[in-house]
Design a protein around this ligand. Structure first.
Ligand code: EPU
Length: 301
């Protein structure tokens, strides 16, 4: 979608930087995604104004975080993509509390806190993506999930058109699911973390990194796990048991390292990836009677 010059000028007045015709395949870890205009926001305070303007002009929009857990359709996209502002480093620590921008890097946050003797989040070290994306999905790994540490979230509520602050107790964090509204935009989070010596945190981080390196295709283009694990089960194990590692649809392939990771081996399209997802889901349904649910977020046109 293209923003007109006139609207572009008004957005610039609100401090927005406009980048026309950006291929989102360059902004996602899967290397998949069509083309649209990209709007870089500079200040949280301008968000309500920008959103109001886009709504008035009937411009559909989506916020893109780290781009690590999203599958975006091919071709010219019928919406613009917004990016949140972040300062450097986008985080600070005060006692046991860490205040972090949603646009900050999740792994960067874990190490930043570790260096200040705040731990608890070691398991999240290799999870790619932004803090905001991790919050929305309640990202987790190796027994840790980010929701356990959340004390406050500042967000833009599309339903009220305002910036609001929610208390951690008022948010539900379930397995890869939260009670945020789909159009809530995470802006900043306050976490409360246990004190732990840096050395201990580092040792735990090393173990998680080794486990991850041994079991996941980290040097290939992927969006992490494609499906959620069904209650009490493992999507990866089931897909593996069906002999589907290496199975392809075009350039989309079930990883031969971890069967719940689908990788883009060269120039996979979104259509390739969707075909592979549907085929694998169907094979699992027939063999196990279980309908796997997507973990990856699909941005349909
Ligand atoms: N397994 C196989 N074959 C495979 C993959 C896994 O047999 O190809 C078996 C493993 O041997 C193990 C079991 O399945 O016995 C579970 O595998 P793993 O420990 O790799 O964990 P997972 O359930 O597949 C989950 C998360 C990952 C997270 C890891 C580590 C989900 C959907 N996945 O994977 O998160 O990194 O645990 O905690 O919850 C993600 O969210 O994108 C993600 C990758």
């Amino acid at each position: 979608m293209r923003i007109s010059d006139k609207l572009g000028a008004r957005l610039q007045e609100l401090g927005v930087e406009l980048r026309p015709s950006v291929p989102l395949s360059e902004k996602t870890s899967l290397g998949i995604g069509g083309t649209t205009d990209q709007l870089l926001l500079r200040k949280f305070e301008t968000i309500p104004g920008v959103m109001h303007l886009l709504a008035n002009e009937n411009i559909p929009h989506r916020f893109l975080g780290g781009g690590t857990n999203v599958l975006i359709a091919d071709g010219e996209l019928p919406y613009v993509v917004l990016h949140l502002p972040t300062s450097q480093p986008g985080m600070r620590v005060e006692g046991n509390a860490a205040y972090v921008d949603a646009a900050a890097d999740l792994g960067g946050m874990v190490t930043f806190c570790a260096k200040r003797d705040l731990g608890g989040m070691e398991g999240l070290i290799g999870v790619p993506g932004s803090v905001g994306g991790a919050l929305r999905m309640n990202a987790g790994a190796y027994g840790t999930q980010i929701g356990s540490y959340v004390r406050e979230v500042e967000l833009y509520r599309a339903s009220t058109g305002k910036l609001e602050t929610l208390r951690g107790d008022d948010i539900r964090f379930d397995y890869r699911h939260t009670s945020f509204a789909p159009d809530d935009v995470m802006l900043r989070v306050k976490l409360e973390l246990p004190q732990k010596p840096f050395k201990e945190i580092l040792a735990a981080i090393k173990i998680c990194n080794e486990k991850r390196r041994a079991s996941q295709p980290l040097n290939q283009k992927s969006a992490g796990c494609i499906f959620k694990n069904p209650p009490g089960g493992s999507a990866g194990r089931m897909i593996d048991e069906l002999g589907l590692k290496g199975h392809r649809a075009g350039d989309a392939m079930v990883s031969d390292r971890h069967a719940n990771f689908f990788v883009n081996v060269a120039n996979a399209s979104c259509a390739d990836m969707l075909r592979l997802i549907d085929e694998v889901r169907e094979r699992v349904r027939v063999a196990y009677g279980i309908e796997l649910e997507n973990e990856v977020i699909f941005w349909k046109n």
